[in-house]
Design a protein around this ligand. Structure first.
Ligand code: 8ID
Ligand code: ZN
Length: 346
């Protein structure tokens, strides 16, 4: 009952036309599964991939997408623990080599030869997608696949970044880009993990960010961000800063509103951006600046578990896979609060 052809969104060159068309259904390899994607989130990473923003080549032509939630419809001959009918999620890390130092130490996002969904292999902007059986996320049948989709990249990534921040319950975390896809999830995970949160984004996203659990909101378009965060933290700055914005400026400012001995976690990946910080104050205030990149299979299990327990509910709108281009237009303008999730049947 697996069809030979399906609908998908394909582009042939960076920034070129996005074409919704009939394409072959891929065949799973021996240790892969074929997933009937029901819903796929649209991450800003997909927009970066289409535009060719990063110094890493994509496959071309490419089917993007890496937040897919669906049902297993075929398994390779070596697959033992995933079965037809299981609900699973397809993540950014489609597969890893399994034998490099990083894979051996359960840091598989750092694998030296990874395959990335919607980047180096075709992703979730199609009805049927292949992923390595060991890397798909297990989803219980009790959770809706549309709400689960954004957890598979956005939720996982912000959960990992919050862990990497070393913040403790009761401490204050700034979420920069709090109204976006990752940001809204970060506010919810931060709340569930016991952190106090200050959200930074454009003023129109204030109400949503506060409703999700941020105690304070700073409008980056009208306020002095550094002064405002300091004011909301008794002059000290925040214990941690999670940088999710697709803009370089916050990467220059964050150490200034981070508390002494605090941590700045870089997650957003604006094109051609650089981090800069004053050496003297970084040293004498003992600031940590680090990156955080998706998460391991164990991080995935933990992030999904928060969601399954009902602790994570971030806004999402359901759109059509055929209308991906419209979502990219809104995303480029910063007009989306939360995530767009696409129904692959339309
Ligand atoms: O593993 C990783 N490190 C990882 C995983 C997934 C995504 C990294 N990312 C990257 C994406 O590639 C992208 O660069 O995280 C970034 C954010 O992805 P997203 O949340 O999917 O993007 P979005 O929904 O467009 O949200 C961005 C938000 O930033 C705000 C916008 O208003 C929007 O709400 N923003 C901008 I643009 N400039 C801002 C500024 N100066 C700002 N917010 C505060 N200050
Ligand atoms: Zn993503």
């Amino acid at each position: 009952e697996v069809p030979e052809v399906q609908w998908g969104q394909v582009f042939e060159k960076h920034g070129g036309p996005l074409t919704y068309k009939s394409i072959p259904v891929p065949k799973p390899g021996p240790d892969d599964v074929l997933v009937h994607i029901k819903y796929t989130g649209v991450c800003h990473t997909d927009l970066h991939a289409w535009k060719g923003d990063w110094p890493l080549d994509t496959k071309l032509p490419l089917v993007g997408g890496h937040e897919g939630a669906g049902v297993v419809v075929a398994v390779g001959e070596m697959v033992k623990d995933v079965h037809i009918g299981d609900h699973v999620g397809v993540k950014w890390l489609n597969s890893s080599c399994g034998v490099c130092d990083f894979c051996m130490s359960a840091q598989e996002p750092l694998c030296i030869a990874p395959q990335l969904s919607g980047y180096t292999v075709d992703g979730t902007f199609q009805q049927y997608c292949v992923a390595n059986a060991g890397h798909v996320a297990r989803l219980p049948k009790s959770v809706p696949l549309n709400a689960a989709a954004p957890i598979l990249c956005g939720g996982l990534t912000v959960y990992k970044a919050l862990k990497e921040s070393n913040a403790r319950p009761g401490e204050t975390v700034v979420i920069t880009g709090a109204g976006g896809g990752l940001g809204t999830l970060a506010v919810q995970y931060a709340k569930a993990m016991g952190f106090r949160t200050i959200g930074i984004d454009a003023g129109e996203k204030c109400d949503a960010v506060k409703q999700l659990g941020a105690e304070e909101f700073v409008d980056f378009q009208t306020e002095d961000v550094i002064e405002s965060v300091k004011r909301h933290t008794g002059g000290f700055g925040a214990h941690a800063v999670i940088l999710l914005a697709v803009s370089e400026k916050p990467f220059q400012q964050a150490t200034e509103y981070c508390r002494s001995h605090g941590t700045v976690v870089c997650v957003g990946l604006p094109a051609n951006a650089r981090i800069s910080a004053d050496v003297f104050s970084t040293v004498v205030r003992m600031i940590t600046i680090k990156g955080s990149y998706v998460g391991s299979r164990m991080d995935t299990k933990e992030a999904v578990d928060f969601f399954v327990r009902g602790l994570i509910s971030a806004p999402f709108k359901v759109g059509k896979l055929s209308e991906l281009g419209k979502v990219y237009e809104m995303m480029e303008k910063g007009q989306i609060t939360g995530r767009y999730v696409l129904d692959t049947s339309v």
